[in-house]
Design a protein around this ligand. Structure first.
Ligand code: LMR
Length: 393
């Protein structure tokens, strides 16, 4: 049986982790996978997470099973963080999932269960694991225009034209904030127009919210999701705590399905069923830490202030990089980096130039020229700017 297996293509993002580790050069720079690094190059455990862990160690009396959906307190805390204090609980069915990827996977399985004919529409480009899972599940898929490589901004007219052609009942996958891989995001007026077109076509939004707090702020980054949740009758939200709580390996995510309150018991039963089929109970440790942080005023305040430091550090690096590239290239070609939000920006250089950055300069980024801003620091910004100027010459 095993001899029948075909080789699998390596994941373009995760592959970089190993290549970087294997590179013996001292001065190498890792701008690949989306992991936050502080100015000293470490990915720290956040203070509030450490404090919650210490408390949990003291107070936890059992490791017996939770519910199939995870702890209700976790889902409630996440609903408040994402949808706001007055989130209508009677509309929301939710499951804890292994990370944001787990939430996306369960969302797609729910779509397949409820509506096997539905096409899922993806932004072009999107996080490569989106199409990969969709293809694996055999779900029909199409793309809508999203990125304008000329300006480095959103191709809003193209996006609207393509979304207008979506069939009723089809699913539109949106990045709630901090678009991955481009870093380009619709503004508030554009989000309202996106909600209009979704309403008009009867499409169902699936919002991937993996970077809340990394763009314009914790509340600001949830604004588009809240708007769409308020306007549309049915909305799926797949959220991750990997980045904003810095608990990557704990695999902490949530899938929320918003709809008619009368349907909630059945929707919840289907979500529980999907968890049971795939892994039974979702991981608990990270979800418990997040719940402890979000339900304790002191821990919440400390977490928010550290998250804000992280966000502001990334914004500073964006500005420094945009300025350094302007100085090195003598042009404003990369000015969009200062306007982008989140961990990523797509530089818009060729795959060959990305390859030269790696081979000649030891600088690692994804082949589509996506770079992880949070992998930089004040010392590496000028090195990157000089190297980019050299390879595009
Ligand atoms: C990324 O895009 O780098 C992150 O979301 C990590 C991942 O799983 O790909």
């Amino acid at each position: 049986m095993l001899s029948a297996l075909k080789p699998q293509p390596a994941d373009k993002i995760l592959q970089l982790i190993q290549m970087y580790r294997d590179d013996p050069r001292e001065a190498k720079i890792d701008l690949g996978v989306g992991v936050y690094k502080d100015p000293t190059g470490l990915t720290p455990v956040m203070r509030a997470v450490k404090a919650a862990e210490a408390k949990l160690w003291q107070t936890e009396t059992t490791k017996t099973y939770t519910g199939l959906a995870g702890e209700p307190a976790y889902a409630a805390a996440m609903a408040k963080m994402i949808l706001g204090e007055d989130a209508a609980a009677d509309r929301i069915a939710a499951i804890a999932t292994p990370g944001g990827t787990g939430a996306i996977r369960q969302a797609l399985e729910l779509i397949k269960l409820a509506s096997p004919e539905a096409t899922v529409w993806l932004s072009n480009p999107t996080w490569p694991n989106h199409p990969s899972i969709i293809r694996y599940l055999g779900i029909p898929m199409r793309e809508y225009r999203y990125f304008d490589a000329e300006t480095g901004g959103v191709d809003f007219d193209g996006m609207m034209a393509d979304l207008a052609g979506v069939k009723e009942g089809d699913v539109v996958l949106l990045h709630g904030c901090c678009h991955n891989p481009t870093g380009a995001n619709p503004n508030a007026v554009e989000w309202a127009a996106i909600a209009d077109v979704l309403e008009k076509t009867g499409a169902i939004p699936l919002i991937d919210l993996a970077y809340q707090g990394f763009g314009d702020g914790l509340e600001e980054d949830a604004a588009a999701t809240r708007l769409i949740a308020a306007r549309l009758p049915e909305v799926l939200i797949a959220a991750s705590c990997s980045k904003n709580f810095g608990i990557y390996r704990e695999r902490t995510g949530v899938l929320m399905a918003l709809g008619d309150p009368a349907l909630k018991p059945t929707v919840q039963a289907n979500l529980n069923f999907l968890n049971r089929q795939n892994f039974s109970f979702p991981p608990d440790h990270g979800a418990r830490l997040v719940t402890m942080i979000l339900t304790d005023a002191e821990l919440t305040a400390d977490w928010k202030s550290e998250l804000e430091e992280v966000r502001l550090n990334m914004l500073t690096l964006r500005q420094l990089l945009a300025d350094a590239l302007r100085a090195e290239t003598g042009s404003d070609r990369f000015g969009f980096i200062g306007q982008h939000r989140g961990m990523f920006s797509r530089l818009g250089i060729t795959a060959d130039q990305v390859e030269r950055l790696r081979s000649e300069h030891g600088i690692y980024m994804v082949g589509d020229s996506r770079l992880n801003i949070a992998g930089l620091n004040r010392n590496t910004v000028p090195v990157l700017a000089r190297a980019v100027a050299q390879v595009i010459r």
